[in-house]
Design a protein around this ligand. Sequence first.
Ligand code: DX5
Ligand code: ZN
Length: 217
Amino acid sequence: MRLAASILAADFGRLGEEIRKVEEVVDFLHLDVMDGHFVPNLTFGPPVANALRKHTRLPLEIHLMIDQPARYGPQFHVTPEDVITFHVEVAHPEEVLRTLRQLPCRVGLSLRPRTPLGALEPFLDRIDLVLVMSVEPGFGGQTFLPQAAERVRMLRAMIGDRPVAIAVDGGIGPGNVRAVVEAGAEIIVAGSAIFEKPDPRAAALELWKAAGHTKSS
Ligand code: DX5
Ligand code: ZN
């Protein structure tokens, strides 16, 4: 298992400080980029992500919940350790993938809770990660949709031995993290379960413990 901390639930006025609290106990920073069109919420874009890139050694997982990932994706300053993830529901995902594949980073595909898993099939040979949404994208702090665990199991079978990692995003906390990992998720994204707790570092460690794993295992 690897743990990604979503900064959506962090204090945006003190992002550097918030990140330092969890830097030793998570594997990725998960950045939720929203455009107010693809999802009914607005967050931040390349300027904020690029500023953070310089202030952390953690790889970034850039989750693009935007209508035009091909237009804005190339504006993120990425390294080979980073992942840029876009949604399969956008217009012309083939073209988007071709564009993002030219960036010096890994590329992931995400899908909304009700999008059939079959939508991923044409892309599985050309992506590095699938980000399974376990809430409707748009907001942190929502309740985990339990059917996500079964979707992870089915996706695992679809992927077979291809080198595609499965990440799960939304509503994950100590009460359900183990079930998600046991279903086959390798990367766990957590926002409010980390940053809305008084001690984000301790909260991240609690997630590791609840999952039955230790960092870098
Ligand atoms: C939702 C975002 C998630 C969110 C997770 O659209 O993609 O990454 O930050 O937050 P929690 O863990 O609070 O559900
Ligand atoms: Zn996300």
